[in-house]
Write a protein that binds this ligand. Structure first.
Ligand code: PAF
Length: 278
């Protein structure tokens, strides 16, 4: 395994003819991230894992400063994977490696950010696309792997790749869950054991809504409203067309049922994807 802390060192590294997979992360790696890396190791000669807590995607009152930074543990977890000799890691030693002084460019993908997380985290997705664009260009990867948990993020990056005709393909990997069903997240470590048990309400509610949608979409809408009104912990709970992220209509063949729920100060997100017709 090879570690780069400077962008220029990575750029001077000779990849040769190797096919490269990219796994962008903010570190604090859990099984969900390791699944992405494992998938990439299977499908590519080399895998670049980037570890960078991107300040541009955090709002002023969000957890940028307390976000867990665990580089040593992350490197050990990666070393423990089969074929870890094919892993390259880029963990910038400073923010300036990504955003040099005077950096003043933003990538915005309009439309898909008007709902769900985008509606509640202004500027978040611009921060994501701005860093991901740079990682795509710097890495020269052939394919990039993202988790389904950040479904809206995936759709927005997919649109950026399409609109800018970036020479990279994308793969979405299913959500890794605890045995209880709770989606794995670096933010789960902010939760007490009791909160972890209670947080399963998020996944259970999404499943309940999905089941009801399949039976009767209008009933699922009343149920959605009922859940939203039942607790102030819901930041959003949405049933959307999985492609457009708009309200489903007669052209919809897949929906995403997605929610953001606060357990104390910790914001958790999750989603379920549902095929509604062929
Ligand atoms: O999904 C994440 O961890 C981040 O949003 C990403 C894609 C690494 C960009 O900072």
């Amino acid at each position: 395994m090879k570690l780069f802390t400077k962008k220029s060192d990575y750029q001077h590294y000779n990849l040769g003819q190797n096919r490269l997979g990219l796994v962008p992360t903010m570190g604090n790696l859990h099984q969900g991230h390791l699944n992405l890396v494992t998938e990439s190791l299977k499908e590519n000669d080399k895998t670049l894992v980037t570890i960078f807590v991107n300040p541009k995607q955090f709002g002023p009152n969000e957890d940028f400063s307390k976000y867990p930074r665990t580089l040593e543990d992350d490197l050990s977890a990666l070393k423990g994977l089969t074929n870890s000799e094919n892993i390259l890691v880029f963990a910038p030693e400073s923010t300036q490696e990504i955003y040099p002084p005077g950096f003043n460019t933003e990538i915005s993908v309009h439309g898909l950010d008007q709902t769900m997380c985008g509606e509640h985290r202004p500027g978040h997705f611009q921060g994501v696309t701005t860093v991901v664009y740079q990682l795509f260009v710097t890495s020269k990867a052939h394919v990039a792997y993202f988790g389904q948990k950040d479904y809206q993020q995936f759709k927005i990056i997919e649109k950026m790749v399409k609109d800018l005709q970036l020479p990279i393909s994308l793969k979405m990997v299913p959500i890794a869950r605890e045995p209880s069903g709770l989606a794995l997240s670096s933010r789960n470590q902010y939760l007490s054991n009791q909160q972890k048990n209670e947080a399963i309400i998020l996944f259970n509610t999404l499943n309940e809504l999905a089941k009801t949608y399949l039976k009767d979409p209008s009933e699922s809408e009343s149920l959605r409203q009922k859940y939203l009104m039942s607790s102030r912990s819901w930041q959003y709970l949405e049933i959307r067309d999985a492609e457009t992220l708009r309200i489903p209509d007669k052209n919809t063949f897949k929906v995403v049922v997605a929610g953001a729920y606060f357990m104390g100060d910790t914001r958790l997100i999750d989603n379920v994807i549902l095929k509604v017709r062929d």
